[in-house]
Design a protein around this ligand. Structure first.
Ligand SMILES: Nc1ncnc2c1ncn2[C@@H]1O[C@H](COP(=O)(O)OP(=O)(O)OP(=O)(O)O)[C@@H](O)[C@H]1O
Ligand SMILES: [Mg+2]
Length: 335
């Protein structure tokens, strides 16, 4: 069996607390920025990166670079994770921490397992026959695949937004109200409490001003970009604290994409976001940290299995990647 090494392995995490899925409440101790390196990193560059596409970062980030801890303060963590579909190992030994109130971008060529990892984080892969996860995935230190953990509860805490906007064939209002109602969450305050929740979620998703006068109209009457923000609002309604996004802008034009990116940066204040993107500019614009994956042929079977190559502050990944494979991908020579 082939063995692989990755350029960067996050060390096993020290978690601050272990709330159970049943009792978890959002909030609590926030991450304290410590030895920030992001700002300084932006100015750094090495001779080896002179060939990188400078326009990627030259277009600028959408936020002011902020101080970040050198290692993420993990809300979720993957440790030595393998994911199989039947006998096929789609991901091999992935170890990665996802920091609180950070946006992490997963990038890499098609088939390297980005969506597989994302779906493993909230147990969406449970619905795929033959899919199985080995290793450890934790949420606030708790094993997501623990025997006593309800996958529905995991998906509520760790929400997901898909590539194509997929609103329900319902009104804008009911798209938001459906989640809490269907899982039996009692929204305090009855009808007016639900009204408040709908407004809160649509506001957070930067859609309220555009739809407040037509909440009872069909969600299908919205543009693609509006539908995607509605799907983000729908995800927020069941009170997650992690949001997974699998290429959420790939079907959108640049203006709609820009709105989603603004929305992500605003949401980062309260949520942890993990986004898969093929758009290097997008990763450079919004992600605090970026993880680059690739796929390598396994000895024997020849099957291509996905590996984490490196994970670092986004500015470091784009300006001074440590692995040649990352540099080749970022600069468009591979993938
Ligand atoms: N349901 C499935 N059953 C079997 N194999 C699968 C399944 N889903 C994905 N795979 C395989 O797992 C590997 C990783 O796929 P995945 O969709 O995670 O890649 P990706 O990095 O998201 O690619 P893309 O950028 O094209 O979306 C691929 O070889 C793919 O064919
Ligand atoms: Mg994918």
């Amino acid at each position: 069996m082939a063995t692989y090494t990755t350029a960067t392995r996050t060390s096993p995490s020290t978690h601050r607390s272990v709330p159970s899925f049943g009792t978890f409440r959002r909030g609590g101790a926030g991450a304290t920025a410590t030895a920030g390196t992001a700002g300084a990193a932006g100015a750094a560059g090495t001779a080896g990166t002179a060939t990188l596409d400078a326009s990627v970062l030259a277009q600028g980030r959408r936020d002011q670079l902020r101080e970040l801890p050198s290692k993420p303060d993990p809300v979720m963590s993957a440790q030595e994770v393998d994911v199989y579909y039947g006998d096929f190992r789609a991901l091999t030994k992935v170890s990665l921490d996802f920091g609180k109130n950070e946006i992490t971008a997963l990038i890499g060529p098609s088939g390297c397992g980005k969506s597989t990892l994302l779906r493993s984080l909230n147990r969406m892969n449970d619905t795929v026959p033959g899919a199985r996860v080995e290793g450890l995935i934790t949420y606030h230190g708790q094993d997501v695949y623990g025997a006593d953990v309800d996958p529905i509860d995991v998906r509520r805490r760790v929400g997901m937004v898909f590539q194509r906007p997929n609103p329900f064939p319902k009104s804008i209002y009911d798209n938001i109200a459906f989640g809490p109602t269907s899982i039996g969450t009692k929204v305090p305050g009855g009808k007016s409490g639900m009204d408040d929740l709908v407004e809160e979620c649509l506001t957070k998703a930067a859609l309220w001003d555009e739809v407040k006068g037509k909440l009872k109209q069909s969600a299908y009457g919205l543009s693609g970009g509006q539908q995607q923000r509605l799907c983000i609002a729908r995800t927020l309604a069941v009170k997650p604290d992690v949001i997974l996004m699998d290429e959420p802008c790939s079907a959108l034009d640049p203006i709609a994409t820009s709105r989603i990116e603004d929305c992500m940066l605003a949401l980062r204040e309260d949520y942890t976001i993990i986004i898969v993107t093929h758009n290097m500019q997008q990763a450079a614009r919004v992600a605090d940290r970026t993880a680059f994956f690739t796929a390598l042929a396994e000895e024997g079977s020849g099957d291509r299995t996905g590996l984490l190559v490196e994970h670092d502050l986004t500015t470091n990944i784009f300006r001074s990647p440590r692995d040649k494979r990352t540099e080749d991908y970022i600069s468009g020579r591979f993938g």
